[in-house]
Write a protein of this length. Structure first.
Length: 118
């Protein structure tokens, strides 16, 4: 199993940047695909970005391409989401998630709030 703890959220003006971090417990971090999701009170939880176990492949939802970058450090057991050119519509609670072997995203952090003011 893996336990996930997000950090780095906060309040930022439109056009600004934030970097989210997700620290994972356990010795097998490099065996998990990692992802970021977000949710607002008015929307279902939605996929934002994902990165493969080795970090060699990344995936982003269309609306964040060119603005958000997911990365990971398999020595420090951390996955990051660098968010640039933030927009008010990026406001949400951001969740880190992990999955193994193509299974469903079965491990979740507690979430971190990101608020972008206009």
């Amino acid at each position: 199993q893996v336990q996930l703890v997000e950090s780095g959220g906060g309040l930022v003006q439109a056009g600004g940047s934030l970097r989210l971090s997700c620290a994972a417990s356990g010795r097998t971090f490099s065996s998990y695909d990692m992802g970021w999701f977000r949710q607002t009170p008015k929307k279902e939880r939605e996929f934002v970005a994902a990165i493969s176990r080795s970090g060699g492949s990344t995936y982003n939802r269309d609306s964040v391409k060119g603005r958000f970058t997911i990365s990971r450090d398999n020595v420090k057991n951390v996955v990051y989401l660098q968010m640039n050119s933030l927009k008010p519509e990026d406001t949400a609670v951001y969740y880190c998630a992990a999955r193994k072997g193509g299974a469903a995203w079965g491990y979740w952090g507690q979430g971190t709030q990101v608020t972008v003011s206009s």
